[in-house]
Design a binder for this molecule. Structure first.
Ligand code: PLP
Length: 452
């Protein structure tokens, strides 16, 4: 009997109408436009790299958090805030493949993280743990705020600095590795030790991906004490595996490529529970309770940007492939658009495609005569004011001993840094192409452009 009954069930199963599997519905074009409808219309924003972008749904979520705080601040402070920050930290920990949430702090931005790391180095000089000839090493293209943090915290305490010239335009990781090795030799040449290496994961200007894993391996072999990776542009544009990278400190801004509001960044400190001299630069009630806790309370303020990580994940998961899919498409599009521009202008890309993520450098025609930082700024302002194009321009003087890129008219000394994010369209880049081509047709050089 039992056997028959089972067969009955099986035959009923066979005759049940097959349920159609629902395909996931990804964000539509109109929904995408709505998410970024607060962007000023008519502007070709091809500079996501500087200030990022935050969709409406995430801004709404942030606003809800702020209102929850304002409704009943005491209750929010006691019962909600720390739990919500911990949830954001935990999601970030999983995203970057870290082991321990206690190694992940949320801070305002990469500049704050640089202060945390460089103040620690400065204190070690003052305490006599580091000696006068000891150095910090970095590439010359390191972000200004980071360079100035060295000037502020390390140099006055007795440390010195070795700057390595970044080869640019660059053709391979080997060129970078060779220069870095020479820099390490210089760092050790006066008998001192290299105490800290600062490596950008994606440099800002000019923009390329540095081979951080290989460089960190060399640092370990050469006895460099600590490595700080400035990955300000990384999360949301590059896959980050914190364990494989192996840095002591790794910071990334969430507001640039990961759709957070301004401003929040994560700072990962390897084995932070064993480090006792690492502190947030703003000393609060929480001083001495470990960096993640110090960073989660720097006095009364609006913490809502730190609380929206779950909403960011909801947003990115509306795209095919989630954040990985977004990164892949941004990379493909920026290469396509960069190549289109370089072909139209008869110039070169600043690096091979595999050395960039969602930003790429494209050479400007030499006939524009970008011959100084001031020329670069003039051109940038002109494109904003007269063509509604937002794009940073980079000037690089010709350097001895390096191959000098040329177009048909002369040496290339100016580059645009173009970004691609989900809200961009090909029209944005074609507008840039035409604006530059028009200048050439009119026989204009940078010096002829209005000053502001
Ligand atoms: C490589 C790099 N480091 C640090 C920063 C500083 O970031 P923030 O202004 O968020 O502190 C930037 C900003 O663009 C950057 O590009």
């Amino acid at each position: 009997m039992a056997e028959d009954h089972r067969n009955d069930e099986a035959s009923q199963e066979n005759h049940r109408p097959v349920k159609k599997q629902r395909l996931p519905r990804f964000i539509s074009e109109s929904e995408l436009r709505e998410e970024f409808s607060h962007h000023q219309s008519g502007v070709a924003r091809i500079n996501n790299g500087s200030f990022g972008s935050c969709p409406r749904s995430v801004l709404d979520a942030q606003n809800k958090w702020l209102h929850r705080f304002l409704q009943q601040p005491d209750d929010f402070f006691v019962n909600t805030l720390q739990k919500a920050i911990l949830e954001s930290r935990t999601l970030i920990k999983d995203l970057i493949h870290a082991d321990d949430v206690n190694d992940v702090s949320l801070v305002d931005n990469a500049t704050t993280a640089a202060a945390i790391v460089l103040q620690q180095v400065g204190r070690r000089f003052v305490q006599g743990k580091f000696q006068k000839n000891d150095t910090v090493i970095m590439f010359d293209c390191a972000f200004q705020a980071v360079k100035k943090s060295i000037q502020a915290y390390v140099i006055p305490a007795g440390g010195s600095l070795v700057e390595v010239q970044l080869p640019f335009p660059v053709h391979s990781n080997e060129e970078i590795i060779t220069e870095f090795k020479k820099g390490l030799e210089r760092g050790k040449s006066n008998g001192g030790r290299v105490r800290l290496a600062i490596l950008d994961h994606i440099t800002s200007m000019p923009s390329i991906i540095l081979p951080v894993r290989e460089l960190i391996k060399i640092c370990r072999e050469q006895g460099v004490d600590q490595v700080f990776v400035d990955g300000a542009h990384a999360i949301g544009s590059l896959h980050i595996n914190i364990k494989e990278i192996g840095a002591d400190f790794y910071v990334s801004n969430l507001y640039k490529w990961f759709f957070s509001p301004p401003s929040v960044a994560f700072l990962h400190c390897k084995n932070s529970s064993g480090i006792f001299d690492l502190h947030h630069p703003v000393v609060s009630h929480q001083y001495g309770n470990g960096l993640p806790i110090e960073s989660a309370w720097v006095g009364a303020r609006d913490y809502s940007p730190q609380l929206v990580v779950p909403s960011i994940l909801n947003f990115v998961n509306r795209f095919e492939g989630g954040i990985e899919g977004i990164m892949k498409r941004n990379h493909e599009e920026v290469i396509k658009m960069g190549t289109m521009l370089a072909e139209s202008w008869g110039t070169n890309l600043g690096s091979p495609p595999e050395m960039c993520a969602s930003m790429i450098m494209v050479g400007l025609p030499s006939r524009l005569r970008v011959t100084s930082d001031e020329d670069a700024l003039r051109l940038r302002s002109y494109l904003r004011a007269y063509h509604g194009i937002e794009v940073p321009i980079y000037y690089q003087a010709l350097r001895n001993g390096e191959s000098k890129p040329r177009d048909k008219d002369g040496y290339i000394t100016g580059y645009v840094r173009i970004s691609h994010q989900v809200y961009n369209s090909a029209e944005d880049y074609h507008r840039l192409k035409s604006a530059i081509n028009q200048l050439l047709e009119d026989g204009k050089i940078c010096k002829m452009l209005p000053k502001d």
